[in-house]
Design a protein around this ligand. Sequence first.
Ligand code: ZN
Length: 176
Amino acid sequence: MRIRLYPDPVLRERSVRVEAFDEDLARLAAEMTRLMLENRGLGLAAPQVGVLKRLVVVSPDGEPGREAVLINPEIIHSEGSERADEGCLSFPGIYVKVNRHARVVVRYQDVAGEAHEMEAEGLLARAIEHEVDHLDGRLLVDRMSQVQRMANRRRLRELTIRYERRLVQAETRSAG
Ligand code: ZN
């Protein structure tokens, strides 16, 4: 399992609802949690590892043991507004100020299929909104203003070149 980087087209797909709460799902959630913590992320969505399922993992502070797995998450209430720095494991090296709600209530299922609601504020609310965006193919770059995109254009270009190079390498491998 590896983290897919911008502009991998899988990041643009819409993920489908999880219906089967089986061992494979539990394993996916556990591996994604490990990957998130290893990379010091505050969240990771299944499409970021190439799996188009509505599953995200979030961590309120990057500390192991405090993370949560949210399956079929739906933000049912949001209020307030906060502007703060935001990054994404699919956009290494890019941090931009983004407006998000200050407080959200999210309804979700756990790995056993049990329904829950969670209230979140600040950084955790931000992480949840960011990860739910991923499930609809919405990315950090879409939340950037034109000025922010200009300021980060070099880094975005580097990521594009890196992605294209990887494609060429994969083709060469399969041809040879
Ligand atoms: Zn992200």
